[in-house]
Design a protein around this ligand. Structure first.
Ligand SMILES: *Cc1c(COP(=O)(O)O)cnc(C)c1O
Length: 358
């Protein structure tokens, strides 16, 4: 087995998937499992399927291609690009949308090719990423229902946290529920898919604050890390350490904390700053910024401090560590969203599945 690697504990992941589904099922909500963080890793989609997942979401069509034979409803989460509509209709049952021009183009394509596609209209309730503003939503839905017969509007969706870092409020969720009801009443349609948010909305479910209209939650973070961004606590008995990274030590030396010489730019064009704390014990690990996001790496040895690095090197201050590190040692890290994305996406990082289930 080569290093660096990301290690995926299949049993723990299955457990997290089950707990998320149980929390949601109590309130009549189905989990739509989001695969985008796994960058087209087929095994991860298989594990969701083994966990009983029936709805899958990803932001990129290439990733759906990898697991197109796995049964279930497939939903494109990122707003479709006009020139990917034929592939969208081929690979996905539905997509999240916020532009009438795009929805019209999907509808026209479907009508011309005798196909159908389901549409979820996104509402921006304050996070300021995608979505119609609430005041524009009802009219837009009317246009889709009355004028775009190649698509079927199956519900509204909302999203929090991803861009603006906003936490869903009861007021925002009431606006969302009211909009869903208004559209259904006004245009005499029945929604089957009311998509009430992502992992950051999961706490609303167990706090009994999720509107009863919501029947879908799109989720990855909570199942991957067994935690969510509101409380940053481990959820029920979920596992926080389902995904870990390991890298090997390739240098162990004591050096001055302050580089020597005239200050210039680092490899990425930034001017690095240093605190002069004298000589320190440090190690270099064989993993770099091409493979992972350093800020989102959490060494299990709590006395370690990641100082920085370059494309292919990570430098760690081990001055306070009780363990004496040597060349060849393996350093283990817990992960966060940013590091998970990079690690799955890096072809230099081995993906190792442990505690395998069949
Ligand atoms: C990424 C994404 C999700 C999943 O978010 P998590 O916080 O990982 O649960 C849900 N919905 C949309 C639209 C997304 O882009």
């Amino acid at each position: 087995m080569s290093f660096p690697k990301i290690i995926i504990d299949e049993k723990k992941f299955l457990h997290n998937i089950k707990v998320a589904q149980e929390i949601c099922a109590e309130k009549g909500i189905e989990v739509l499992a989001v695969t985008k963080g796994f960058c087209g890793n087929r095994r991860m989609a298989e594990l969701f399927a083994k966990g009983g997942i029936k709805f899958f979401g990803d932001s990129r069509l290439d990733n759906f291609e990898v697991y197109k034979d796995i049964k279930g409803h497939k939903q494109l989460l990122r707003l479709p690009q006009l020139d990917e509509i034929p592939r969208l209709v081929e690979l996905c049952d539905s997509s999240l949308n916020s532009e009438l021009e795009t929805i019209k183009a999907i509808s026209d394509y479907c009508l011309a090719n005798n196909k159908t596609h389901e549409v979820i209209v996104m509402v921006d309730l304050g996070d300021r990423r995608e979505g119609f503003l609430p005041e524009d939503t009802v009219e837009a839905c009317g246009k889709i229902i009355n004028e775009m017969k190649g698509v079927k509007l199956i519900g509204l969706g909302c999203n929090f946290g991803c861009y603006g870092g906003r936490i869903p409020s009861d007021e925002a969720m009431k606006i969302f529920a009211d909009l869903n009801n208004e559209v259904q009443t006004k245009y005499n349609v029945k929604f089957s898919h009311i998509s009430g948010g992502n992992s950051l909305s999961l706490h609303l479910v167990w706090e009994n604050r999720m509107p009863k209209e919501v029947n879908i939650l799109r989720m990855s973070f909570a199942m991957i890390f067994g935690t969510e961004d509101k409380y940053r606590k481990t959820i029920r008995n979920m596992h926080r350490d389902t995904f870990q990274c390991q890298a090997k030590v390739i240098e162990v030396k004591r050096k001055s904390s302050m580089p020597i010489g005239e200050p210039g730019l680092d490899a990425f064009g930034n001017i690095p700053t240093f605190e002069d704390i004298g000589d320190i014990d440090r190690v270099i690990c064989a993993i770099g910024k091409i493979d992972t996001m350093f800020d989102a790496m959490i060494p299990l040895d709590k006395d370690m401090e990641i100082l920085g690095g370059s494309s292919d090197h990570m430098i760690i201050n081990v001055n306070k560590c009780k363990k004496q590190y040597k060349v060849g040692d393996i350093i283990t890290f817990d992960l966060d969203w940013g590091s998970l994305l990079y690690l799955f996406n890096s072809s230099y990082v081995e993906k190792e599945f442990i505690n395998k289930i069949d």
